[in-house]
Ligand binder design. Structure first.
Ligand code: NAD
Length: 349
């Protein structure tokens, strides 16, 4: 295995790993380790080139710094990407080589599942390194996606209460873009609460499943944002709120699981100007990494997870209140709160 540091101003450590015999081409990025080792998932994605992967992993690892700080776990921000197609390129050799890459950092980075990585894959990675989580050990921890979905559901409820004065999601219309691991479970929770669903996905099988199980209406991925719904919930990949789409948005609430939903930071202000309440992505989607953090620190229990998931709604309400009082975008307020947590951690160290 070959590795080289990619010196990056503002990031603690970024390392490029190549193991040709195993087909591994990966980057691990630790943005900030003030509160503890970098912690965040590993994404397997067929990036066009190294630069595109580097941009993504840097942005994602920075997001993890903020997410972990506000999620109340003793970890900094980290993330990994493997440049490969998870459908065709994923082999046990590749996963083990990635595990060796994680291990070589000696605990600076803890990995877990992200897009393209399953719990079974994480088992394989864990056979090589102890710095891997998101693996069920007798009912403790495990695949973060169902926890993420539950946290997003709580966040959707809190946002609906705040913006629409709704006591529950019953009768509300929610447009979900991306019904994968998180989006499908979120759809189930919303359906059980009596919400009305429109779903969109590039995968026709996922759309069919949501239609059959939850009676969801179907939209094209391009139109999901323009549906006349109460809430738009993006659970696909990042960047769905951008200069082209923001003006077509009809919902008064944006609350979903995807990381980096705002393509550019100015989108937060644009949403605010248009009277749309935005639930900052890394706050609403934190439950998965909170589970991973509790698993690593040996503090995972069902009671603690439920408490932490319920707290996501409270944290969002606190952010919404402060944003309203100060007339600022919610994302800006969330960043400020996270930086306050990190500054307190730096002082205490
Ligand atoms: P997933 O890969 O299981 O699901 C994503 C879904 O989006 C798939 O069904 C895919 O077909 C669909 N999709 C992809 N591109 C699309 C497009 N352009 N238009 C419409 N649909 C598209 O991933 P997931 O684990 O459900 O995660 C969803 C999002 O939530 C990702 O952005 C991820 O980073 C974020 N997230 C996930 C977790 C977690 O615990 N899984 C935690 C935090 C954040």
């Amino acid at each position: 295995m070959e590795s080289r540091d990619v010196p990056t101003i503002g990031w603690q450590r970024v390392v490029h790993f190549i193991d040709e015999s195993a087909g591994l081409n990966a980057i691990i990025s630790v943005h900030d380790a003030t509160l503890g080792p970098g912690c965040g998932g590993c994404r397997i994605y067929p990036y066009e080139n190294f630069e595109a992967a580097l941009v993504d992993v840097k942005k994602l690892s920075r997001g993890m710094t903020f997410k972990n700080a506000l999620g109340g776990i003793p970890f900094g921000g980290g993330k990994a990407v493997i440049i490969a197609d998870p459908k065709t390129d994923k082999t046990p050799e590749l996963l083990r080589a990635f595990g060796a890459a994680v291990d070589s950092l000696g605990g600076l980075y803890y990995t877990a599942e992200d897009s393209g990585v399953t719990e079974a894959d994480m088992e394989t990675i864990r056979s090589v390194t102890p710095y891997a989580a998101g693996v069920d050990k007798g009912g403790i921890g495990g695949n973060p996606s169902p926890f993420t979905a539950r946290g997003v559901w709580r966040g959707v409820q809190a946002s609906a209460r705040y913006k629409l004065g709704a006591a529950s999601l019953e009768g509300l219309h929610i447009s979900i873009l991306g019904v994968g691991a998180v989006g499908m479970e979120l759809a189930r929770l919303i359906h059980e609460e009596g919400g009305r669903l429109t779903v969109a996905d590039v995968n026709p099988a996922a759309v069919d499943e949501a239609r059959q199980r939850f009676g969801a209406d179907v939209a094209s991925p391009e139109d999901a944002i323009a549906i006349d719904a109460d809430i738009f919930s993006t659970c696909a990949l990042g960047g769905s709120i951008n200069v082209d789409t923001v003006e077509r948005l009809k919902a008064k609430v944006v609350a979903g699981a995807a990381n980096n939903q705002l393509k550019t930071p100015d989108m937060g202000a644009r949403l605010q100007e248009r009277g749309v309440l935005y639930a900052p992505d890394y706050v609403i989607n934190a439950a998965g990494v909170i589970s991973v953090g509790l698993e690593i620190t040996g503090r995972w229990s069902k009671i603690e997870m439920t408490r932490r998931i319920d707290k996501i709604g409270d944290t969002l309400t606190e952010i919404f209140d402060r944003a309203k009082q100060e007339n600022r975008p919610t994302g800006e307020v969330a960043d400020e709160l996270a930086l306050e947590v990190i500054a307190r951690g730096r002082k205490a160290a």
